[in-house]
Design a protein around this ligand. Structure first.
Ligand code: ZN
Length: 307
């Protein structure tokens, strides 16, 4: 089956972070599962291109990038909750290239699927919460610089607020940042997104989807030229770092509201995987798989309509 969406991934994402709650092997497992089921041909998966320092400087500061390059443990890098090794830093830089690439391709094909990315806790000048480089922000800034888009939206549905992304784009009226998250969870304090929906502990499918529909109406009104979707799997009810109560089916409906909403409006959309720390890693992978499969199906339908 030909894959119409751009599917992007690098084996480098499986860097060694030691014994950790963040399952970095999930990316390769999602790719293998998609290829194994015939959703994609492995040979169609695109390798992220290298980002230049100028690209990264569109989002991050010189001092912070120097700390990363020199592997210096400073107040700018120490809140990553990750080791600071060369292969770890490289994984995050490559992932930023992956989201940039998936976004460029999404402008041509309608959809980009990055089996990676969604590192929304990285600020312009510091790391936080398992995130060194904010790939979502890099993608938007590179596309804007290159004249591919002016107005962009980030739809961040990870259980944790997209504080880094909100901080980076604060005061920029060309970028709409939506974050729907669990209010009583990391990060504390939160940053101000364009629209924040802080949900009560234990919020389930029906209430979540109702609030999401209302929020998306505001995104559609904004008329973005691209949507970066942070499709975190951690709103799942059995997540170790999340306290919401979505079912797998609820997460699937969530994905449909976002991605079908974009497709109906001909807005290019980019999937990034974001967080996911289910007690059983298979549940995290299943949630990511259903997001990717929906995107692939929508891309196929778009291509069929074009013929
Ligand atoms: Zn998260």
């Amino acid at each position: 089956m030909t894959c119409h969406a751009a599917v992007v991934h690098s084996p480098l994402y499986a860097c060694d972070i030691g014994l950790h709650v963040f399952p970095v092997t999930k990316y390769a497992r999602v790719r293998e599962a998609l290829a194994g089921a015939g959703d994609i041909h492995d040979s169609e998966v695109l390798e992220p291109p290298h980002l230049t320092r100028d690209d990264l400087l569109l989002v991050h500061t010189e001092e912070y990038l120097d700390d990363l390059d020199q592997l210096r443990w400073t107040p700018r890098t120490m809140w990553s909750e990750l080791p600071l090794h060369a292969d770890v830093v490289r994984a995050y830089k490559v992932a930023a290239g992956g989201t940039v690439f998936a976004s460029r391709e999404a402008r041509k094909r309608g959809l980009g699927v990055h089996i990676g990315g969604g590192f929304h806790h990285a600020f312009s000048d510091r790391a936080e919460g398992f995130c060194y480089i904010n790939d979502l922000a890099c993608a938007i800034r590179v596309l804007q610089r290159d004249g591919h888009v002016s107005r962009a939206a980030v739809v961040d549905l990870d259980v944790h607020q997209g504080n880094g992304t909100a901080g980076i784009f604060r005061g920029d009226d060309r970028v709409f940042t939506l974050s729907i998250h669990q209010e009583a969870n990391y990060p504390v304090p939160k940053q101000r997104s364009t629209l924040d929906i802080g949900l009560e502990n234990g919020t389930g499918d029906a209430e979540y989807l109702r609030r999401l529909e209302e929020a998306l109406a505001r995104v559609w009104e904004f008329q973005p030229e691209i949507v970066l979707y942070q499709a975190g799997a951690d709103p799942f009810h059995d997540d170790l770092l999340g306290g919401l109560a979505l079912s797998l089916a609820g997460l699937g409906q969530r994905d449909r509201l976002v991605l079908e909403g974009c497709a109906e409006r001909s807005i290019p959309a980019v999937v990034t995987l974001g967080g996911g720390y289910a007690r059983r890693v298979e549940d995290t992978i299943e949630a990511h798989l259903q997001t990717c499969r929906l995107a692939l199906r929508l891309a196929r339908e778009m291509a069929e309509r074009r013929v």
